[in-house]
Ligand binder design. Structure first.
Ligand SMILES: Nc1ncnc2c1ncn2[C@@H]1O[C@H](COP(=O)(O)OP(=O)(O)OP(=O)(O)O)[C@@H](O)[C@H]1O
Length: 258
């Protein structure tokens, strides 16, 4: 059963998820919830189990124990494509981009992919004016309208991450999982991504974000969960988490400030 202390508030409830790799317990009864409309950050030291947890939420990995509830439905056993159809979408890293296609054509394909009976044939896709209109809207949302005709493989790293975000948005997520969206970015690219995520947040898209960049986390997150050794040791607002003695001891250390 999902935790009963959060009625009506949670879009996603992660309930005591356990994932073992041989003798190693990567997530150890990890529990937290993501509320509708919030930006929730999952932080923790290297090897804490963040990626393993995100994989279980997206459906890439099956938990050994525990449950996952999305909008009140038990989705623990649902395969990834079904979760995507329900609106539980993970933004994949650059590997999901067709590098030889233009930015716009990548988005058109993503828009078509979410439709039942979508044509897979490229020329049909080209002809689909509605798909193009949708794709152009996504492009504007991720600030890439001026790059529509660029070949995706020629984009800079940060621009590819922007495109990747657009591809995930084309699936019309109700909750978007982002695994290290700032990874490999310089300060300018990171700042741009923070602005983009802020714009999505302003549109009340629910975000669950794994990120090492603490500045970004504390700028963006409404609430933060801290994972240490596979367990969520604290969930709260950035201020609450910063002030939490166990968090300071286990993870943030000097970064928590005074
Ligand atoms: N497929 C796997 N097989 C065996 N062990 C794994 C596997 N995936 C992860 N692990 C181990 O599980 C633990 C948690 O790893 P995970 O990648 O989830 O942590 P993380 O918090 O995302 O780390 P980082 O911040 O470094 O990315 C680590 O000890 C890791 O070595």
């Amino acid at each position: 059963m999902p935790p009963s202390s959060l009625p009506g508030l949670s879009l996603l409830q992660v309930h005591r998820l356990v994932k073992r790799f041989g003798a190693l317990t990567a997530t150890d009864e990890a529990s937290f919830d993501v509320r509708a409309g919030e930006t929730h950050a999952l932080i923790g030291p290297n090897g804490a189990g963040k990626t393993t947890l995100i994989h279980q939420i997206s459906g890439m990995l099956a938990p050994d124990e525990g449950g996952l509830f999305f909008d009140g439905e038990d989705v623990t056993a649902l395969p990834m494509p079904r979760r995507v159809r329900e609106g539980l979408v993970r933004s994949f890293q650059i590997t999901s981009i067709y590098r030889r296609f233009t930015v716009l054509d990548n988005l058109v394909l993503a828009v078509l992919a979410r439709r039942p009976g979508a044509p897979s044939w490229w020329r049909r896709a080209r002809a689909d004016a509605a798909a193009y209109a949708d794709a152009e809207a996504m492009l504007a949302l991720v600030g890439m309208s001026a790059m529509a005709d660029r070949v995706a493989g020629d984009l800079a790293h940060g621009e590819q991450r922007q495109l990747e975000l657009g591809l995930a948005l084309a699936a019309r997520p109700r909750l978007l999982l982002l695994d290290e969206p700032m990874a490999g970015m310089g300060p300018d690219e990171s700042a741009r991504m923070v602005e983009l995520l802020r714009a999505l947040k302003a549109q009340h898209l629910t975000l669950l974000l794994v990120e090492h960049d603490m500045d970004a986390v504390f700028q963006l997150a409404d609430r933060v969960s801290v994972l240490v050794n596979g367990r969520v040791i604290a969930t709260g607002t950035p201020d609450e988490v910063r002030a939490d003695a166990a968090v300071r001891r286990a993870y943030l250390g000097d970064e928590a400030g005074t």
